[in-house]
Design a binder for this molecule. Structure first.
Ligand SMILES: *Cc1c(COP(=O)(O)O)cnc(C)c1O
Length: 356
């Protein structure tokens, strides 16, 4: 399919202070849009960034058929924009789509539309290491209809915005024992909008008590660790890096997968197996809990400073001693800036020829 490109007559880039980029509030000049009508994706196009006009009965607003992705483009030392594992994000979007009865979006069109969009707005990619152009592919149901059933029409769009280097403060997590994020058989493995809405209230209760985010436990026994906010979680216990398996209730994070691959390629001991909060408490008491960190596209690695569980507050070792978390973050940041050799083929350069 041909992607029709309509360039913005003017750029807003001069209005932006690249030294002060609050996350998620600045948007680049263009967006990719494609519509699903009569059983097929139609009219893929790149247009100036603009608002949509939506009918009040637009189905996504009522019944929650809305999914998204989150990824980043960076720029290497030669000024070449790079995407990170774009096919994996395209595949995951379609896994989310299938669970929500939404149509799959062709993976090659996803990567092509994204590449053209990033090539066109490449001046918007911040150059400082650790900063990036954040990318938000999204799909919503657009039938104008009241009634619960899958929509017949959809809109897929990708927009982007520059984000500054993310130096997250080590986070304080609360292991939640009253509320759940996802149960077996639910939508926990999908990047579905509704999953985040349901998490806001318990997260707010924890924030009111001084924690930053929740550490979710399984929905049946409140025993097995799941994930945290928009991050997968890792623990380093006695030299072994452990993360919960993809059981259907957690998101299959691209950062999670990359970290596992990096550590395995270096011969470091890793384990994808169920881990209970009691095992973490025991390791803490034994003095073998060396690290805990969250892993996701936005922060890459977010060190965990403390974990609250019932009446116990576990304080983890200082961040300067976190060998694994600091190492994998450096490798992933280095791959994104082209400073670390990419033996996996994860980084995909976006060439100026994309635009012809
Ligand atoms: C996006 C997300 C992650 C992290 O996925 P990445 O592909 O590494 O960015 C983890 N958990 C949840 C719930 C998420 O939404």
């Amino acid at each position: 399919m041909d992607i029709k490109i309509t360039k913005s007559p003017t750029s807003r880039i001069h209005e932006v202070n690249f030294d002060d980029l609050p996350f998620g509030r600045t948007f680049a000049d263009h967006m990719f849009v494609c519509d699903y009508e009569n059983g097929a994706w139609q009219n893929p196009r790149i247009e100036p960034f603009h608002n949509f006009s939506l009918h009040p009965a637009t189905m996504a607003l009522h019944y929650g058929q809305a999914i998204f992705e989150g990824m980043k483009a960076s720029i290497d030392d030669n000024g070449t924009p790079m995407l990170f594992r774009p096919e994996r994000h395209a595949k995951r979007l379609n896994i989310s789509a299938a669970r929500l009865c939404m149509p799959e979006f062709p993976e090659d069109l996803f990567v092509e539309g994204l590449s053209k969009l990033v090539a066109l707005d490449q001046n918007w990619i911040p150059k400082e290491e650790g900063s990036a152009l954040y990318i938000r592919p999204t799909m919503i149901a657009t039938d104008e209809f009241i009634g619960v059933k899958p929509s017949q029409s959809y809109k897929f769009f990708i927009f982007t915005g520059p984000v500054g280097p993310y130096y997250p403060k080590p986070v304080r997590l609360w292991a939640e024992t009253d509320y759940i994020r996802a149960a077996q058989g639910g939508t926990g493995f999908a990047k579905a909008a509704g999953n985040y809405a349901g998490a806001l209230y318990p997260a707010k209760l924890a924030q009111d008590r001084g924690f930053d985010q929740l550490l979710w436990l399984d929905a049946k026994e409140f025993k097995y660790i799941q994930e945290s906010g928009t991050m997968n979680v890792f623990f380093v216990i006695n030299g072994v890096t452990i993360t919960p398996p993809l059981s259907g209730t957690i998101l299959d994070g691209v950062t999670r997968d990359s970290i596992l691959e990096i550590l395995r390629s270096e011969g470091k001991p890793v384990a994808e197996h169920p881990i209970t909060i009691d095992e973490v408490v025991q390791a803490y008491k034994d003095g073998t809990l060396q690290e805990a960190f969250g892993a996701g596209t936005a922060a890459v690695v977010s060190h965990v400073a403390e974990i609250g569980y019932r009446d116990l507050l576990m304080t983890l070792p200082p961040v300067s001693e976190r060998k694994i978390g600091n190492h994998v973050k450096a490798v992933i940041d280095g791959l994104r800036s082209g400073k670390v050799e990419d033996k996996w083929g994860w980084t995909v350069p976006v060439l100026a020829e994309e635009l012809v």
